[in-house]
Design a binder for this molecule. Structure first.
Ligand SMILES: Nc1nc2c(ncn2[C@@H]2O[C@H](COP(=O)(O)OP(=O)(O)OP(=O)(O)O)[C@@H](O)[C@H]2O)c(=O)[nH]1
Ligand SMILES: [Mg+2]
Length: 248
């Protein structure tokens, strides 16, 4: 909807609750229907606590990252339309491994979704925190098959220092065009309509400042609970896996 005026391709995917395709119970249009049919195929593949334990893969991998408790696992469950595919919990720090899910036809999967442990949870002991930051940094910098990142930001909290650091780590791969970014402002059901619009505008401004030229970036309000932004997220992920690879 909005263009930043630079070569950065930064789009707001929807304005809050005004786009019928993003509201609960709306009739699904063809492309959203196909995208959701695709995300619904998600099934568990494997789990790893270290990067070298992840299977090497040629499949496009889409990582869900963000602060602990931001709603990553819940979003994967919502996209997959399964209650307990990814472990979601009220207790921050629930996801402690990298969990991989396969998507696409059973005999010919065409993408992987990766649910990553959250960062920024104060109660985690320092050594574990540092270890995880290291794994995360390595994952974002080195995972060759990484083709998209879904950064989950609690819409009530906005971007924290760690979120900005993550964007910094990702920046070279965003600039090269090999990795695309979707920022979901989660739990927007807890915001009024105007607070949602402000959160979206603030995120758009920040991303315009920190994302490199040539990056492909989308931002949307999201609520797994009220089913807001689910079609937009599914369409974006589906589009990434079907787009021709961008130059690296
Ligand atoms: N109101 C509301 N609550 C949500 C939504 N999505 C997730 N939650 C709640 O937020 C809490 C954390 O959700 P998770 O999906 O486990 O969060 P996570 O980002 O995977 O957390 P870690 O695994 O600790 O990194 C749970 O209590 C969820 O029910 C949402 O759209 N709306
Ligand atoms: Mg989780």
């Amino acid at each position: 909807m909005s263009e930043s005026g630079t070569k950065l391709n930064l789009r707001i995917l929807q304005w809050p609750m005004t786009n019928p395709s993003t509201t609960a119970g709306a009739t699904l249009q063809g492309p959203a229907r196909a995208a959701l049919a695709w995300t619904h195929t998600a099934r568990f593949l494997t789990t790893a606590s270290r990067l070298d334990q992840l299977p090497p893969s040629e499949l496009a991998e889409i990582a869900f990252v963000g602060r602990s408790n931001a709603g990553k696992s819940t979003a994967i469950n919502r996209l997959a339309q399964q209650k307990r595919l990814a472990f979601a919990s009220r207790t921050p720090g629930r996801t402690q491994h990298i969990n991989l899910f396969e998507v696409g036809p059973k005999d010919a999967p065409d993408a992987l979704l990766a649910d990553l442990p959250g960062y920024g949870y104060a109660a985690v002991e320092r050594a574990a925190k540092l270890r995880w930051q290291e794994v995360m940094a390595q994952y974002l910098a080195q995972r060759r098959s990484l083709s998209g990142v879904v950064l989950m930001i609690d819409s009530r909290l906005g971007f924290t220092d760690l979120d900005r650091q993550l964007l910094g780590l990702l920046s070279p791969r965003l600039a090269g065009g090999a990795v695309r970014l979707l920022v979901l402002l989660t739990k927007c059901d807890k915001l009024t309509r105007s607070a949602g619009a402000s959160a979206l505008a603030a995120a758009h401004t920040l991303l315009g400042e920190v994302c490199p030229e040539h990056a492909d970036v989308g931002v949307a309000l999201f609520s797994a609970l009220k089913r807001i932004g689910v079609d937009d997220a599914a369409l974006t992920l589906y589009g990434w896996t079907r787009a021709t690879p961008r130059a690296t």
